[in-house]
Design a protein. Structure first.
Length: 325
């Protein structure tokens, strides 16, 4: 399996994934709008195409006999989706089934879809696994869950479909995001010296971006009988927001003021990744603290430009600026 299409390959996770695919000698095509810029490195094994996932005619021309499609493209997370729900639905859900039909008709062998662990909603049980009921609380997570259903009904012996439900991703990417919980805390603590915590006891599953890309590489290589029609949680560490804040301040040398405030948002969940560990033998190699340490190093080296304010690092700011429709 050598010829891979990454839809959304110019994004936060996609940029890291594409780098790893190329290092592992895959032929990679990226399809992305690149609204945050193109941070992909030139390589003879990489073909980058700028395009909108809603342009089905363009997709029909691009999707040709790929060994695998990894679908990452979406208006990502609840706040970004809520900024313009109609836009979010038009990108995240409306073209999805047509994309699946095109992929299957054009001989694509494997399709891996990035859903979200947020599809579970709020759960009281300690470990939420893939058999837990889906109770999405927002439009973003609702359409993620609906896309899962759409994809899996097309699964058969010639078209291997697999869903991953990632935890919140953290760490450094060439296409950096600073609007995800660990990255937010690290940015504010290091560059502002002050962090506000709302509530704090809510549990949040997170995964280092390096392990997230490792998971996709791993799934590409698995025999189809092991992943066909399967759903996998991917998120190995579940910490409270308070504990995440403690991990951040532990790795910053200067004093950080922590403001603890009440919150009406008590959403809390704890996902289990035992299925992918036991069924496939995949384990995390990196952890949240590794991501924090790497981000602190990036801040020290001043690699990011104006990380507290630059819209490039914040999805909502960028979408508002561009007036994306």
């Amino acid at each position: 399996m050598k010829n891979i299409l990454v839809i959304g390959g110019g994004g936060y996770v996609g940029t890291c994934l594409v780098d790893q695919l190329i290092k592992n000698n895959y032929l990679v095509t990226v399809f992305d709008l690149f609204i945050y810029g193109n941070f992909l490195e030139n390589n003879h094994n990489l073909n980058a195409i700028k395009g909108d996932i809603r342009d089905l005619q363009l997709l029909k021309r691009i999707v040709k006999n790929f060994d695998c499609i990894i679908h990452l493209a979406c208006i990502s997370n609840d706040p970004s989706f809520d900024l313009n729900p109609q836009l979010g639905k038009s990108i995240n859900f409306d073209p999805f089934e047509d994309l699946i039909k095109i992929s299957k008709a054009q001989g694509v062998k494997r399709f891996i879809y990035a859903s979200s662990s947020s599809v579970y909603g709020v759960k009281l049980e300690k470990d939420v696994d893939e058999n837990s009921s889906l109770e999405p609380l927002t439009d973003y997570s609702k359409y993620k869950a609906l896309c899962e259903d759409v994809l899996l009904k097309y699964n058969d012996k010639d078209f291997t479909c697999c869903v991953v439900r990632p935890a919140t991703v953290c760490g450094h990417s060439k296409r950096q995001r600073l609007d995800l919980v660990v990255n937010i805390l690290t940015n504010l603590a290091y560059n502002k010296g002050e962090v506000s915590i709302y509530g704090g006891e809510q549990l949040r599953p997170n995964i280092n971006i390096k392990d997230m890309t490792n998971a996709y590489l791993f799934l590409i290589k698995q025999p189809k009988k092991l992943i066909s029609g399967e759903v996998f949680n991917i998120g190995f560490e579940n910490y409270s927001v308070n504990a995440l804040c403690d991990l951040v301040t532990k790795n910053i040398k200067h004093k950080v003021l922590i403001k603890r405030l009440k919150s009406d948002d008590n959403r809390s969940y704890h996902i289990s990744s035992k299925k992918i560990q036991k069924k496939l033998g995949f384990n995390n190699y990196y952890n949240i603290e590794d991501a924090i340490i790497e981000l602190v190093s990036i801040f020290k080296k001043k690699i990011l430009i104006d990380p507290l304010n630059n819209e490039i690092y914040f999805n909502i700011k960028r979408m508002k600026s561009l007036g994306l429709k």
